[in-house]
Design a protein around this ligand. Structure first.
Ligand code: SGN
Ligand code: CA
Length: 515
């Protein structure tokens, strides 16, 4: 064969490759850590602007009833990747879990279906990733400044710069230079941002400094009628929970707190020039803070403002970086053939009930932001708000369905494609199941499971307590009044307990046998 016929042969294949690609949309899944809907302007306008995250929603859909199955990082990630509830994927809590990487997972099924798969950023499942053609993960929770990454050869390499930017650089490099361009791909971009302790990129140190954030109405909640809420350890005001040095950066030489050494080791990773800039910024705020000697509510409100500002700054870099990924997809002509998903591993408390952190089945942390921009040409014509109840166990079935691969019967989640097509199936789920396990542990949130319907929420806290809570979300959206056991609630209690049991049977949660 001469050169010309070789060239002709190659050219004649091109339309086939293009057709194959057109038939198989790509997936870009961006998941952040502890990012909550209150801090995303397409959900809530009170606090910040997130133009790039909102862009996804503007061009696509925004889920307003999007829930996790277990509001904690590792478990949530395991749910996402397996399409199964925690008891079925085996990773129930961060502290004692090791993800069994030999089990079938969504990226493995995608590979079988001919996709190229890549994972970059936070993994947090202890065992090394399986099912990805390419991966590069941060160590454990990772570091914002000069972070360490684990390579596919299991080497740990320190990178230079700010983590959120580095994760994006690596993702863009994979998209541009490393992937096999003859295959559809699924790229998982997992950020550490905006996880505690909210260390901003230096260029945004001054952002939000002039803003005074509105206090949530429930900031001074007294937890009456809610025993588990009384016993948590995640209060902004409590010096043993939110650390004045580590969390709010009010360091001064010689100041020793529970987490001050951890803080110093984290900021100690910075190059000396960067560190000087960082210190210069926080030192003056800190000096002023210590001079004022704040007490009581003044101190609590000072901590709240510092928390909100640092979280918002850290988020700003994240929003920029999501914009970079969208721009890259657009520039490469990939955007219209890609499902772009933006979500978080759970919601978070921004001072509601006086808290930071997550874990509870109450709204702020049960919810997680979820927006999607759909590929064109597959009939995924939904636009705007989707209000059906969805859960993070649905992502795996959705991606498989989109790839044209069968959804395994043992997955607990369901494909969201009908909703993305703009349908409103009559038999769509009317309730979601939740189960949180990490206790005793940091922040002291008791074990609990429960069911949420459109209007009600029933929770059972167990292990070293045995307490039920019931909320009417219509009458009490802030979940301040536990009406369990009150006269007049008998009927709804019975219905919800029945629904809870039905879900536990459907998902084979062994807890039901112990009840
Ligand atoms: C760390 C944080 C906690 C946080 C957990 C779990 N403490 O342990 O505040 O709840 O992670 O978060 S810290 O002192 O190390 O900052 S998760 O999102 O990864 O589940
Ligand atoms: Ca998290």
């Amino acid at each position: 064969m001469d050169k010309n016929s070789l060239l002709f042969g190659a050219l004649s294949l091109l339309p086939l490759v293009a057709a194959a690609q057109a038939g198989r949309p790509n997936i870009v899944y961006i998941m952040t850590d502890d990012h909550t809907a209150q801090m995303m302007s397409c959900y809530d306008q009170r606090f910040v602007e997130t133009p790039n995250l909102d862009r996804i929603a503007q061009d696509g859909v925004r889920f307003v009833n999007s829930y996790v199955a277990n509001s904690l990082s590792g478990p949530s990630r395991a749910c996402m990747i397996t399409g199964k509830h925690s008891h079925n994927n085996g990773f129930t809590n961060n502290e004692h879990g090791i993800f069994d990487g030999s089990q079938p997972t969504m990226p493995k099924y995608l590979r079988q279906a001919g996709y190229e798969t890549a994972l970059i950023g936070k993994w947090h499942l202890v065992s090394l990733p399986t099912g990805f053609d390419h991966w590069n993960i941060i160590t454990g929770q990772g570091d914002y400044y000069n972070p360490d990454f684990i390579t596919q050869d299991n080497d740990t390499v320190r990178e230079h710069g700010y983590l959120t930017n580095i994760i994006t650089d690596k993702s863009i490099d994979w998209l541009r230079n490393q992937r096999d361009k003859s295959k559809p791909f699924a790229l998982f971009i997992h950020h550490k941002a905006v996880h505690r302790c909210w260390l901003p990129e230096l260029k945004y140190l001054r952002e939000y400094e002039d803003k005074t954030f509105e206090m949530p109405e429930t900031f001074y909640d007294d937890y009456e009628g809610r025993i588990a809420a009384q016993q948590q350890e995640m209060e902004i005001a409590n010096p043993k929970h939110m650390d004045i040095v580590y969390d709010t950066k009010m360091y001064r030489p010689g100041e020793q707190t529970r987490l001050s050494n951890l803080y110093l080791s984290m900021i100690g990773r910075m190059d000396s020039k960067d560190r000087a800039q960082y210190d210069w910024f926080y030192d003056s705020i800190s000096a002023d803070f210590w001079r004022r000697d704040l007490k009581g509510r003044e101190l609590a409100e000072f901590k709240y403002q510092r928390y909100m500002r640092d979280y918002a700054k850290t988020l700003k870099t994240l929003d920029d970086n999501v914009g970079r990924v969208l721009d890259e997809l657009e520039a490469e002509g990939l955007l219209d053939n890609t499902l772009v998903v933006y979500t978080s591993d759970q919601g978070f408390y921004m001072g509601e009930h006086g808290w930071f952190d997550k874990r509870f089945m109450y709204e702020e942390s049960l919810n997680t932001p979820l927006v999607m921009r759909m590929p064109k040409g597959y009939g995924l014509n939904a636009k705007g708000v989707i209000s059906e109840m969805v859960q993070n166990i649905d992502y795996a079935p959705t991606f498989l369905d989109l790839a044209g691969a069968p959804v395994p019967a043992d997955m607990d989640g369901v494909s969201l494609l009908p909703l993305l097509r703009g349908e409103h199936p009559k038999d769509w789920r009317k309730s979601v199941y939740y189960h949180y396990y990490e206790y005793p542990a940091e922040h002291s949130v008791k074990r609990h499971y429960g069911v949420r319907t459109e209007r009600y929420k029933l929770i059972h806290f167990y292990q070293d307590i045995d307490v039920w809570e019931l909320y009417d979300l219509k009458a009490d959206p802030q979940e301040l009044h536990n009406i369990y056991g009150q006269p007049g609630t008998e009927k709804i209690e019975k219905q919800l307990r029945r629904e809870l049991e039905r879900l536990q049977r459907q998902y084979h949660d062994p807890i039901i046998e112990k009840n």
